[in-house]
Write a protein that binds this ligand. Structure first.
Ligand code: ADP
Length: 447
């Protein structure tokens, strides 16, 4: 097992990884920009190294600085968290060239899944159902019109290098399609430096259901059930729950088995998430994420399995610590993403947290690096913490979540806590009766 791991991230996820390492007796190295000197991940780690100025491109994305930090501290492995370099195949390769272990999948798998066109083709060959759409990329208007003719409108134009919900445009008719293509192309080029596009049928009321998989280098591949991430704004997740209110045990076992078999066929290593849209009892693959996800704690809550510990074990060449038969699902969990944003306008609200109190008690977990007196820097994403609540069933989970939100105090900045309090009172949310467009419709009253 590794003696020292460098955590190439910040905020709550850096803390999350640090905690797993501590429990495994592994020393941690935090890295930070000059804007994060006072951050909790820096305070808790065994060692820390400043890797550059505030801009992420010069610090958290600065590969030479990260390699130097490993060499100075003698870290043998790097955990990338999520975001930043977590899905950068070149980073994984460079680490390997320096005899440093990347705690994640192989560079080849990251590269394959990072190209959403290639990813779709690959999983289709492995027996996973995909959203109907273009076979490969679309370049001309004529080609796009022909695809849309076949799938029917509305269609969604998507970026092959897409992520974070960017580079996606809906066309509801042939007249709208050329405009959607050129808008998606411009957005994709600016965001990803790649304007390759593809098309899918735009599903009207699907749920976003994703399956967590874990695979080791000893030929094991298992699934840990699903997460329902249908509560979204601008194609970005806001709240996640497990299990999905829309699936029964048979559907869960069926999609889980299809996915874990496909991962074995792919020779996948580490943790990963296969994302689907689910409509009228059918699953349609949209993409695979080759990293730990923000919402992983809801799976941890209902399975009792520490996903970061498994990642580290697998990267060290060990077997994962459980078999599919040993996985049991218990109760219900919901995660709320607490962002430093206004709860109606979603305007970012960096600044000084003047008072801070987290909820506690049975079934309540808060993953956050925030504290009273902490100044949220304006340079990074606005997620300041996650509230994860577990109960024996969905009802108990909701009651506990309501109570926990009431207890949560974050003063000095705006947060999304008031939005979650409002959602708790919505009958459709209470009944688990929502789809990927539901939250945007709910928020329309503020526009
Ligand atoms: P990204 O990598 O940018 O997150 P995804 O392909 O994972 O993009 O899609 C993100 C979200 O966009 C989905 O959760 C869903 O809400 C919406 N979406 C993606 N594809 C479709 C589709 N074919 N029909 C309807 N909504 C879609």
């Amino acid at each position: 097992m590794f003696e020292k791991v460098l955590i190439a991230n910040r905020g709550e996820i850096a803390l999350r990884v640090h905690r797993a390492c501590q429990e495994m007796g592994i020393k941690t190295v935090a890295v930070h920009s000059t804007a994060d000197e006072d951050a909790m991940h820096v305070r808790l780690a065994d060692e820390s190294v400043c890797i550059g100025p505030p801009q992420a491109s010069e610090s958290y994305l600065n590969i030479p600085a990260l390699i130097s930090a490993c060499e100075i501290t003698g870290a043998e492995a790097v955990h990338p968290g999520y975001g930043f370099l977590s899905e950068n195949a070149r980073f994984a390769e460079i680490l390997t060239e320096h005899d440093i272990t990347f705690i994640g999948p192989t560079a080849d798998h990251i590269r394959l899944m990072g190209d959403k066109i290639a990813a779709k083709a690959a999983v289709k060959r492995l027996g996973i159902p995909v959203v109907p759409g273009s076979e490969g990329g679309v370049t001309t208007d004529a080609q796009a019109l022909a695809v849309a003719e076949e799938t029917g409108y509305p269609v969604l134009v998507k970026a092959a290098s897409g992520g974070g919900g960017r580079g996606m445009k809906v066309a509801r008719s042939a007249a709208e399609l050329p405009g959607a293509l050129s808008a998606a192309r411009t957005e994709a080029k600016a965001a990803f430096g790649d304007d390759t596009l593809y098309m899918e049928k735009y599903l009207s009321q699907p749920r976003h259901i994703e399956v967590q998989v874990v695979a080791d280098s000893h030929g094991h591949a298992v699934h840990l059930g699903e997460r329902d991430c249908s509560l979204q704004r601008r194609h970005q997740k806001v709240l996640e729950e497990a299990p999905s209110p829309a699936l029964n045990d048979a559907a869960r076992a069926e999609i889980g088995a299809i996915v874990s078999k496909a991962m074995k066929g792919l020779g996948y290593l580490g943790v990963g998430t296969i994302e689907f849209l689910y409509e009228n009892g059918e699953f349609f693959f949209i993409e695979m994420n080759t990293r730990l996800q923000v919402e992983h704690p809801v799976t941890e809550a209902i399975t009792g399995i520490d996903l970061v510990r498994e990642q580290i074990r697998i990267a060290a060449g060990l077997e994962m610590s459980f078999t599919q038969e040993e996985v049991t699902f218990s109760g219900h969990a919901i995660e709320c993403r607490i962002n430093a944003e206004h709860s109606q306008t979603f305007m970012p609200s960096p600044g000084l947290i003047t008072d801070y109190h987290t909820p506690g008690g049975l079934g309540v977990r808060v993953d956050s690096g925030a504290y009273a007196g902490y100044r949220i820097p304006p340079y990074y994403d606005s997620l300041i913490g996650k509230l994860i609540v577990h109960g024996r069933n969905r009802n108990e989970c909701l009651m506990r979540l309501r109570r926990s939100l009431d207890e949560f105090v974050v003063d000095g900045v705006d947060t999304t806590i008031p939005l979650f309090k409002e959602l708790m009172a919505e009958p459709e949310f209470q009944n688990g009766d929502y789809h990927i467009h539901w939250l945007e419709q709910f928020l329309e009253k503020y526009n």
